[in-house]
Design a protein around this ligand. Sequence first.
Ligand SMILES: [Fe+2]
Ligand SMILES: [Fe+2]
Ligand SMILES: [Fe+2]
Length: 265
Amino acid sequence: MYQFTEDCIIGIEEIDREHRRLFDLINEAAELLALQSAAAAPVCRILAELKDYANTHFAHEEAYMEKTKDPELVLQRKEHAAFREKLAALLSASVTEDNAAEKLNEILIFLVRWLYRHILSSDMMIGRQPAAEDPFAFTDRYRTGIELIDREHMRLFEIIRDVNEVIHNNLLHDKFDEIMRLLDELRSYTEFHFADEENYMQKINYPDIEAQKRAHAAFVARLTEIDIDDLDSIDDNQQEYLQELIQFLGGWLINHILKMDKQIG
Ligand SMILES: [Fe+2]
Ligand SMILES: [Fe+2]
Ligand SMILES: [Fe+2]
């Protein structure tokens, strides 16, 4: 049973309801699959339904973001498209009665992992207000009151700020190399920080540690996926893409600190 846990709730009713329905469908398929006697056909039917429902849901989500002029719409569209492609590929692989259980299981694992990760790292940002004048300044409202954590958050803000600066520096010769290097630094420092934070939570027996771990894993996965070579395929608006990317990363961090990390303190 895959839980649609509270940390997956983004606060927009229609979207939350549809996410829940996606989880329900995954659970239905998982339960059927767990039955030894079950044939592959009914599981495949649920997966086909899920595929259609996911498309409907993405369309709703994108329409909502278009209406609210959400700056992350471009990134979301890209992720949704990648999901559709991957799922279509998985579903079109030939399923025989012999390999059915294995193949279907693989699909379910992909679905659950993708969904958790996508909701926690991307959907979570839908409808969030962009931060004040200087979006990458670490201000008092981000303090958790735990010295180590605050210090590490400050460092994360610094790296994000550096990336932002390089993005906007048109004179820099090796701009993309430098951006790549900084993003790499951001990823490793983020991993380092999350480990520290999780250790701290463990030490104080923090009750919400599992939700924190899930959110952290989703964000790290997202950081690992950033591939600057993608930029070659979007010649026209590289600058815009990078700007959106860094705004997303900074925005996610802010939202996570305000919503989750501050509760640790
Ligand atoms: Fe989405
Ligand atoms: Fe944190
Ligand atoms: Fe955290």
